[in-house]
Design a protein around this ligand. Structure first.
Ligand code: NAI
Ligand code: MG
Length: 497
């Protein structure tokens, strides 16, 4: 708390109830239990939050169901729903400092990233979907049946939507989930990650201020195995949207199948290739490789964690990248000089250090980093780390590390590259650096990934669809594609003969 004195977030930390937001009220958990959320740059307790369990999820689902059945939201004139979502975007922007500080303290991300990039993107997502509310149109069909029929389609809300989000981009993931769900007229139970529950609570506050009716949005912080599992299994939840590990994504799909066959969308892990051809603008490619892996300390599902470099420029690229790391400023996210913050938790730090030791044992060449960063007290800092001469079969080339650890791999030509880049169970994102326009498109077509960046990386926009091939998930969030996740298509056929 001391760290927050004088900051805009001090009010939230001191006065906000940090309980469960159910049916428009802040309530205690049924068990009375709480859990601590940690500031990962110090290892100290940042706030104590009510811990939702199965019973609380049941209450929240009941509130969402009731709000849904009442029609208080889905039957509102679309322009009114749009206005509330637009207002939510405005309020996020008005309180950008508070959101950014809170995100930075709870997750560890650099305050500048939060302020310049993530919080505005969250606001933009609400505004983007506000625009869709008045455009959720169906179509008409020209039937060839004998007789005369009028056939048309309606887009109707799926119903009660459960949303489970991770800790790496708490506010952004909440907005990517909540905004389209509400735009389509659903009601929501959101379970933020136990590591980073705070910005979701602030979001609940502002959604209430935006006059989204009670019960339409419910937020229940809690643990995955209890609150999350109950939400996934709940018979009155019509759809579940999940972002997190592939392992838990599979569990969610299985649970949905075994219960009420609720609709499932999954945004899961990645091991994304970032590819540098010898004909690329090397200075830009190096900074793209750098940002691709070190943004948010590598804790991004689309992190460019496999760097493929064409043999001719391989050594030079690895050298220049290594040199650029020397000046990278590590520190607490809340310090505006910080360029890379800590990892989110002790567990995540241990997992990442574990992978570094695996990389060493597997015989990859450690070029830089490789240790817990010293001089940061009890904070969970790991040095930006580069392994070179990594081979495709090594675990550090195959498994999602979710930390600041890059695997650099040489390749000979385009054919060799495509085979290597696609040799993964994942398919979320990819980057291609080249000045040959034909090659850029050829490679973009051949890569198995939901997003391919050409001569750029980590570009996010509410209009650009997001999701993965293969085990990176099911469905596409953002853009008009998310509307398919949150609506059912109904066909009405009327005999008019
Ligand atoms: P996780 O997948 O366990 O956590 C994500 C969310 O799922 C959290 O809200 C958690 O409470 C919930 N959850 C956990 N178990 C659940 C269950 N049985 N039923 C329902 N919900 C459940 O991720 P974790 O353990 O925090 O991180 C482990 C690894 O997962 C990371 O190292 C990273 O590789 C990957 N990960 C990937 C993310 C992505 O955006 N693709 C985000 C977070 C983690
Ligand atoms: Mg935390």
């Amino acid at each position: 708390m001391a760290v927050a004195e004088g900051l805009e977030v001090a009010r939230f930390l001191r006065e906000q109830p940090k309980k469960l937001f159910i049916g428009g009220e802040w309530v205690e958990s049924a068990s009375g239990k709480t859990f601590d959320t940690i500031d990962p740059s110090t290892g100290e307790v940042l706030a104590r939050v009510a811990e939702g369990g199965a019973e609380d999820i049941d209450r929240a689902v009941a509130a969402a169901r009731k709000a849904h059945e009442s029609g208080i939201w889905r039957d509102l004139p679309p322009a009114e729903r749009a206005k509330a979502l637009w207002r939510a975007g405005d309020l996020i922007e008005e309180r950008a400092n508070e959101f950014a500080q809170l995100e930075s303290l709870d997750n560890g991300m650099p305050i500048n990233d939060a302020l310049v990039f993530k919080v505005p993107l969250a606001a933009a997502t609400f505004r983007y979907y506000a625009g869709w509310v008045t455009k959720l149109d169906g179509g008409t069909q020209s039937l060839s049946l004998p007789g005369k029929f009028l056939s048309y389609t309606l887009r109707q809300p799926v119903g009660v939507v459960g949303q489970i989000i991770p800790w790496n981009e708490p506010l952004l993931m909440a907005s990517w989930k909540v905004a389209p769900a509400l735009a389509c007229g659903n009601t929501v139970v959101l379970k933020p990650s136990e590591e980073t529950p705070l910005t979701a609570l602030l979001l609940a506050e502002i959604l209430q201020e935006a006059e989204i009716p009670a019960g339409v949005i419910n937020v229940v912080p809690g643990f995955g195995e209890t609150a999350g599992a109950r939400l996934a299994a709940h018979p009155h939840v019509d759809k579940i949207a999940f972002t997190g590990s592939t392992e838990v994504g599979k569990l969610i799909a299985k649970t949905a199948a075994e219960t009420n066959l609720k609709r499932v969308s999954l945004e899961l892990g990645g091991k994304s290739p970032n590819i540098v051809f010898a004909d690329a603008d090397l200075a830009r490619a190096v900074s793209g490789a750098f940002m691709g892996i070190f943004l948010n300390s590598g804790q991004i599902c689309s992190a460019g964690s496999r760097l493929y470099v064409q043999e001719k420029v391989y050594e030079q690229t690895v050298d220049e990248l290594t040199r650029s790391i020397e000046n990278l400023q590590l520190g607490p996210g809340i310090d505006s000089m910080t360029q890379m913050g800590p990892l989110v938790s002790q567990t995540q730090m241990d997992r990442v250090l574990g992978y570094i030791s695996i990389g060493n044992k597997e015989g990859a060449r450690l070029v830089t980093g490789g240790k817990r960063a010293s001089g940061h007290g009890a904070g969970f800092f790991v040095e930006p780390t580069v392994f070179a001469d990594v081979e495709g079969k090594m675990r550090i080339a195959r498994e999602e590390i979710f930390g600041p650890v890059l695997a650099a791999i040489p390749f000979s030509d385009e054919e060799d590259l495509i085979a290597k880049a696609n040799d993964t169970m994942y398919g979320l994102a990819a980057g291609v650096w080249t000045s040959d326009v034909k090659r850029a498109h050829r490679v973009a077509h051949a890569l198995q990934a939901g997003t391919v960046y050409v001569n750029c990386y980590h570009m996010f926009d509410p209009a650009a669809p997001w999701g993965g091939f293969k085990q990176s998930g099911w469905g596409r969030e953002l853009g008009p594609y998310a509307l398919d996740l949150y609506t059912e298509i109904k066909n009405v056929i009327v005999d008019i003969a």
